[in-house]
Design a binder for this molecule. Structure first.
Ligand code: SOE
Length: 379
């Protein structure tokens, strides 16, 4: 297949900049897609650090002002992997310049910000996508297939958790590189936008829209030193967030995210209980899907632990041989592969900016409900 070059301009070189760069650099080795991502430019404010990143990952050029990169005619796609407070401005400018736009999650710091982003990409008619990568863990994609095939029957329950423990120390400062997630002005919210947003994106993809819910949040450490001001400042983010929900399909759900679950690092789990069958998945064991089917013969009925490494499992024929596992970074490669395939077919797969906005509407309403104690309906 002749692959058309697609010139990528990346903004941000942190953890997410690395996952995205790896995906762009690896996709053609494993997937037969009609485009060849070219690591054309990377942009960040620190000239020395961005030059080192460019050398390490093979970016051809560097910029220190994203506006310069957005204006460059040799860039086709702007990929936003910088902190949340930069997403809207860059995405809107990129769309207005006619670039395709990929944006790290959450789309905006609030639904209002995300609405402007959706308006910009849709007005410009540019391909767009949000990096909710967990949809493309093969086990999670298989769960989607099983649900869509009707194997679970009517869904009664959806249960999701995303547990971490890295902010428990009150000495941990907020703000600056790596710790901007603790600064509400930059992040928009705490675990609600960072972790619960993943659970909500996957849940709405697997189980449809959420009708109403009631939430609670807590900030356990109320003040932290700020890396940029040097002062001890009030903490504005939520450290833990949980809600009870009713989906449009009638199922009941519980969601929980926290950075205060000692011992858990990235324990994202989801369980779905249907009339005929149940599914359980756990990010710490991401290549397994636990499946129980009540229609199995009684004597042999039980939970099956399916090792998702066979060539008829989603994405797996592109990797090694049956039995050999893949990991976290592959979810980003799958997302790029699907994006490039969709680009060739003129049909970009989700999550689109509009899907990202739908998640932000829920996270906004979670914070509202936690403040008011009332049930919220999502439009
Ligand atoms: C936070 O620690 C974080 O890195 C999130 O920002 C990511 O989206 C999540 O996938 C892993 O945890």
């Amino acid at each position: 297949m002749i692959r058309k070059p697609l010139n990528v301009g990346l903004v941000g070189y942190g953890f997410m900049g690395r996952t995205h760069s790896n995906a762009f650099a690896s996709v053609n080795q494993f997937f037969d897609v009609p485009y060849r991502p070219v690591l054309q430019a990377v942009c960040a404010r620190d000239a020395a650090k961005v030059a080192a990143f460019a050398a390490q990952w093979g970016y051809g050029t560097t910029e220190t002002d994203w506006r310069e990169m957005v204006a460059r005619p040799d860039i086709d796609l702007i990929d936003i992997a910088s902190p949340n407070d930069t997403h809207a401005e860059i995405a809107i400018a990129a769309a207005e310049a006619g670039k395709m736009v990929l944006c790290e999650k959450p789309l905006g710091r609030s639904a209002a910000e995300s609405e402007r982003m959706v308006e910009a990409v849709e007005k410009a008619g540019v391909p767009n996508m949000v990096w909710y990568n967990y949809r493309r863990v093969p086990a999670v994609t298989l769960a989607k297939q099983l649900i869509d095939e009707g194997r679970l029957g009517k869904i009664f329950h959806y249960r999701a958790k995303f547990l971490q423990d890295w902010t428990i120390s009150a000495d941990l400062p907020q703000g600056g590189a790596g710790l901007w997630r603790l600064d509400v002005n930059v992040a928009g919210s705490g675990v609600t936008g960072d972790l619960l947003a993943h659970c909500i994106d996957t849940a709405m993809w697997l189980n449809g829209g959420i009708e109403q819910f009631t939430a609670m949040t807590e900030t356990f450490v109320k003040e932290r030193p700020h890396n940029l001001t040097g002062r001890v400042e009030k903490v504005g983010i939520d450290d833990a967030s949980a809600f009870l929900a009713r989906f449009q399909n009638g199922s009941l759900a519980t969601f929980e995210a926290t950075r205060y679950a000692r011992g858990h690092k990235a324990f994202y789990t989801l369980e779905i209980n249907g009339e005929h069958a149940s599914i359980f998945w756990d990010l710490h064991d991401l290549h397994r899907l636990e499946y129980f089917d009540h229609r199995d013969e009684g004597r042999l009925r039980g939970w099956r632990s399916i090792h998702i490494t066979d060539s008829d499992h989603p994405y797996m024929k592109h990797w090694w041989v049956p039995g050999l596992q893949i990991g976290y970074e592959h979810t980003f490669i799958h997302q790029v592969a699907d994006f490039l395939t969709g680009l060739g077919e003129g049909r970009i797969p989700g999550p689109s900016f509009r899907d990202g906005l739908a998640t932000d509407r829920v996270t906004d309403a979670v914070l509202r409900s936690a403040g008011s104690g009332r049930w919220e309906k999502v439009g």
